[in-house]
Design a protein around this ligand. Structure first.
Ligand code: UD1
Length: 424
């Protein structure tokens, strides 16, 4: 099992390119199921989650050819419209095949995801929405078995904002008969990127980026070429790493418009932000001020950036309060940060962080994707050596994180059973 070995204390400096977004790539790869013509994707990140999804799609009969960051998908015929528990348990986002399979094949069997490290994460809104469109869904031996001769457009109100729920219903609706309206839809930029790709395939969608999305069903979709948007969470993570180490870093290939709430908090923490087209420069101006924050759906502060800010706050001046409103068990990094000397108290979904003057290196365990990113940032600030174990969580969603950090001057390398590789 791979580990990151980090010797903290170096301010990050330099220029780095942001990769394609995991959370946009996953639904867009699933969109390939909606057409018998090829979908050509550019800027697809090399991530464990992407590889998992490509295996699921291949298992269904989709021809997947990957060259560098390009993927060509051909779903001429779908032989087996199923995603088994073995896949879904490793990646909940596999549920994104449900909507497109049902729309294209009239049948789908997708394992019901169980609980996961960061909380219960139900899928009731995916099911409710598809049922409103005429699908009949039964739970049989832990699988969702969904049937519909042809889905019908429907007016669907989602009582919680759900990102993959919105994406699943949007993909189901593009081939449905008539008009679908998704109310209280997710406004995340990844939903907009999916809509852009679907429109290139001939779908009729409007209102994406707002909480009211209208989809006029069409009978067939064509092939298309689409470039996956940059990963705002990877970008945000690198910026926090830059701020926490009092560095000066520049990110390229990212539109600052998708990071407003994060940039706002970084400025509050005492960073200067300079923007140019597709470029963000962060310069820490001095002492880290720490920031209180509350996670909420886009455009508010993302839950996927909470652990990283918590690590930075651990060594900030004064006391800060972090409130998590999206997932009920997303403070798994707190125990590990405490082992490095952080002073953090948790009461329900609120963490109170009393800044300490320094963290000490320790061996810590990654528990989920974004918690791992928080621990890596803590390692970059800490005195001495930090070993972040179970880095496979990080590999699910960050492309070559250790290489990018090393390029910015961090002392970090990957240690694997097969031997050490990476950069010091
Ligand atoms: C997506 C992102 C994930 C991010 C999260 C919140 C992907 C692949 N993953 O996850 O990185 O952390 O959005 O921004 O895009 N809920 C229900 N019923 C449902 C569905 C969701 O109650 O049917 C609840 C969840 O328990 C949670 C909230 O809605 O409390 C938001 O979850 P959701 O937006 O669905 O998260 P994901 O789409 O799984």
């Amino acid at each position: 099992m791979d580990q990151f070995v980090i010797t903290g204390g170096r301010p990050l400096q330099g220029v780095v390119q942001v990769s394609g977004a995991k959370n946009a790539a996953l639904p867009i790869l699933c969109a390939s199921l909606l057409s018998s013509e090829p979908l050509h994707l550019l800027n697809v990140p090399h991530l464990r989650d992407v590889q998992t999804l490509l295996k699921i799609l291949s298992g269904m009969g989709v021809q997947c050819d990957q060259t560098g960051n390009e993927v060509m998908l051909r779903a001429e015929r779908i032989e087996s419209p199923t995603a088994s528990y073995d896949w879904v348990k490793t990646m909940r986002a596999s549920i994104l095949v449900l909507g497109p399979l049902l729309a294209r094949c009239g049948y789908a069997k997708v394992s019901l995801p169980g609980g996961c490290a960061i909380g219960e994460r139900p899928v009731d809104l995916h099911i409710k929405g598809l049922e409103a469109m005429g699908a009949v869904i039964e739970i049989v031996h832990g699988d969702m078995v969904a049937r519909a001769d042809r889905l019908n457009g429907a007016h669907i109100f989602m009582d919680t904002v759900t990102v993959t729920g919105t994406e699943n219903l949007m993909m189901a609706a593009v081939l449905a008969e008539g008009t679908t309206i998704l109310e209280n839809a997710a406004r995340e930029p990844e939903v907009v990127d999916l809509a852009r790709c679907l429109r290139a395939m001939g779908a009729q969608i409007s209102g994406d980026g707002t909480d009211l999305i209208t989809i006029q069903g069409v009978s067939v979709l064509r092939g298309a070429k689409h470039t996956i948007m940059a990963d705002r969470i990877e970008a945000g993570t690198l910026l926090v790493a830059g701020a926490a180490t009092r560095g000066d870093i520049t990110l390229q290939g990212i539109d600052a418009g998708v990071l407003e709430s994060v940039l706002d908090k970084l400025m509050e923490a005492n960073a200067r932000i300079d923007l140019a087209p597709q470029q963000i420069r962060l310069t820490m101006l001095g002492e880290n001020h720490g920031v209180s924050l509350r996670t909420s759906p886009y455009p508010a502060f993302p839950t996927d950036m909470q652990a990283q800010f918590m690590a930075m706050n651990a060594v900030a001046r004064g006391t800060t309060v972090v409130t998590e409103t999206i997932f009920e068990n997303r403070f798994m990094h707190v125990q590990e940060l405490r082992r490095m000397g952080a002073n953090i108290e948790v009461e329900g979904n609120v963490a109170i962080i009393r800044g300490v003057s320094r963290l000490e290196g320790a061996t810590v365990m990654a528990t989920d994707l974004r918690a791992s990113a928080g621990l890596v940032i803590a390692g970059l600030i800490a005195e001495g050596e930090t070993v972040v174990d179970r880095i496979y969580h990080l590999d699910r969603g960050y492309e070559q994180m250790e290489v990018k950090l090393a390029a910015l001057g961090a002392n970090v390398f990957r240690r694997s059973r097969k031997g050490d590789h990476g950069t010091v």
